[in-house]
Write a protein that binds this ligand. Structure first.
Ligand SMILES: Nc1ncnc2c1ncn2[C@@H]1O[C@H](COP(=O)(O)OP(=O)(O)OP(=O)(O)O)[C@@H](O)[C@H]1O
Length: 539
């Protein structure tokens, strides 16, 4: 070689080296700024294509266990895409120890394979066969390690032989550590984003639960007292205190507004579960399709709108009490699921596969006649029997009128304080009217009426009652006047009339009992109850 030629060759080599250096430098710069896989794809595709012509590349990440690879960037131009094994290959973990990937890691340099030369090897892994049958001639594998830690694997594939030259291998080796750092950055970034997402989901969930618990606390405070001293209510108290310490299901029956929720809270608050809040679900206020997820929770994406995982009320009530209000409104298909949850003591979230053990005490309430609903086929008999192990019936207010004065005084104190007014009592006429009204809305109606009356009055005494539809309903306005006789009044008058006619004789022939066609013992007890004493009789 002449000196001149030697100089030209040397110059050429220097230029190549300079070119190599500048490629390496600009690629390093590009890689250092990469934070997302889509950016990495663009950088790699652009830079690699400026080096040599190739068919496609593939970047895989090393999985957490360090033993396998999973796809990270799939080149849309991959020749393997039409191969029947492609989907399996890109969606499953591929072991590193396959005689190819591990070699690329162990040698610490890019390893070039001419597939035509190795295709007859008996130990070839599936992915190499797939590439070969898709027309790939050369494959270069570059193991990416960040210090001692393996992070990923870059594979570049050509459709023509001898496309990858020694200088390309050098260049690829030169960028491998930057690329490994880029991959590690992306993985760390993804992990952080995932954690941020999880934290924000948890935060949202906690906010929802917190809101719910706040409401519960407020409700609990409102319902801290059951007022009343009637025999009927005392019977309820007896039942409450005998069932509270157990874990037995309770079914509370009664018309609307009789205090079923109050009694449910009383049971929970006197039970060993009182340290946790009672959780309430109103089966009537939720659309049928949402009750299931409300009760059992759901996994993210289990149905349209399920954007986040949600814990159901059953799980929330673990080790506590779940109050199922208006149980009679529960759709039949959900009744089966509820029954299963009660029997098995475990639940599954909607769209979830894992079974979650729960220890939940159920208190259900309804104003419907559940037995009738069973006979009409609207309520499952097996669920009814399961819930009805301990029924508690709360009589309507009109059947325990003795409670009205106490309740009225209680609500007067409560709402006059709330309204900041000094209202201290009711006029005699109002007390009479309160005692006479039929209270179809029970205690709730009484409370609302008193609250409204306090707001309307400008005096210290409530002298006017705004009984609902008093003008419209003749009977109710009659009742509201308080100017009418009760059954007791009528009975008392009639007994006294007959007793007078019998000259005060109660028992025996010619006595009042005989005339009234009732046993004398019954007449005596009636007289006692109605406060009829002999001395009241006319001479
Ligand atoms: N004995 C009582 N003492 C004090 N307040 C009562 C009593 N009974 C009911 N209340 C009050 O009346 C209102 C209605 O009570 P609650 O919600 O418990 O009735 P409910 O039977 O569960 O009604 P619904 O069937 O409509 O759900 C509440 O504000 C409650 O505090």
């Amino acid at each position: 070689m002449s000196n001149a030629v030697a100089n030209i060759v040397a110059d050429e080599k220097i230029r190549e080296k300079d070119n190599e250096k500048s490629i390496l430098l600009s690629m390093s710069n590009d890689l250092a700024g990469v934070r997302m896989t889509t950016d990495l794809y663009k950088v790699l595709d652009q830079r690699l294509r400026s080096l040599f012509s190739y068919s496609h590349f593939m970047l895989a990440r090393v999985t957490e266990d360090g033993n396998s690879l999973s796809a990270m960037i799939l080149d849309p131009r991959s020749k393997n895409k039409i191969h029947p094994d492609y989907q399996d290959f890109v969606s499953t973990k591929i072991p590193i120890n396959d005689g190819f990937f591990n070699v690329a890691f162990e040698t610490g340099r890019p390893v070039l394979y001419h597939l035509g030369d190795i295709i007859n090897r008996t130990d070839l892994p599936g992915h190499v066969r797939m590439s070969y049958s898709s027309g790939i001639k050369e494959m270069i594998l570059i193991g990416l390690s960040n210090g001692q830690r393996r992070t990923g694997m870059l594979g570049i594939f050509t459709e023509e032989s001898n496309k990858i030259k020694a200088e390309h291998i050098n260049l690829l080796h030169g960028i491998s550590s930057q690329l490994a750092t880029g991959v590690a950055n992306i993985l760390a970034n993804e992990k952080i984003e995932q954690q941020v997402l999880e934290i924000s989901n948890f935060k949202k969930q906690l906010e929802v639960e917190n809101l719910y618990l706040q409401e519960e606390i407020q409700t609990t405070n409102n319902y801290s007292e059951i007022v009343g001293n009637s025999t009927a209510l005392r019977d309820v108290f007896r039942l409450v205190s005998s069932v509270a310490p157990t874990s037995s299901s309770v079914l509370i029956l009664g018309e609307t507004g009789t205090g079923k929720e109050l009694v449910a809270r009383a049971i929970h608050n006197s039970s060993p579960r009182k340290g946790k809040l009672m959780v309430k679900v109103n089966c009537a206020t939720l659309p049928a399709n949402l009750i299931e997820s409300e009760l059992f929770g759901h996994e993210k994406g289990s149905f349209t709108g399920a954007t986040d995982k949600r814990i159901g009320k059953f799980e929330l009530a673990n080790n506590s009490t779940l109050f199922l209000d208006e149980i009679g409104e529960m759709p039949l298909e959900l009744q089966v699921k509820l029954l299963r949850a009660l029997q098995e003591k475990e639940i599954e979230r909607v769209g979830g596969r894992t079974v979650i053990k729960t220890d939940v005490r159920i208190i259900a309430a309804t104003n419907r006649d559940l037995e009738k609903e069973v006979s009409l086929g609207n309520f499952r008999s097996d669920l009814f029997f399961r819930l009805n192990v301990f029924p508690v019936f709360i009589p309507p207010l009109r059947e325990r009128r003795e409670d009205i004065p106490l309740l009225a005084a209680h609500f007067l104190a409560k709402h006059s304080k709330k309204a900041g007014k000094k209202v201290i009592g009711f006029s005699a006429k109002v007390i009479k009217a309160l005692g006479a009204y039929s209270w179809p809305g029970n205690v709730r109606e009484l409370e609302h009426l008193i609250e409204r009356s306090i707001l309307l009055t400008s005096q210290q005494l409530i002298t006017q009652l705004q009984l609902p539809s008093a003008e419209k309903d003749g009977l109710e306005s009659y009742l509201a006047t308080g100017d009418f006789r009760t059954i007791d009044d009528v009975e008392r008058e009639h007994i006294m009339y007959v007793l007078n006619a019998c000259k005060g004789k109660v028992a025996g022939p010619g006595g009042a009992a005989e005339a009234l066609k009732i046993p004398s013992t019954t007449l005596n007890s009636k007289m006692k109850r109605l406060g009829i004493k002999k001395e009241y009789l006319q001479e």
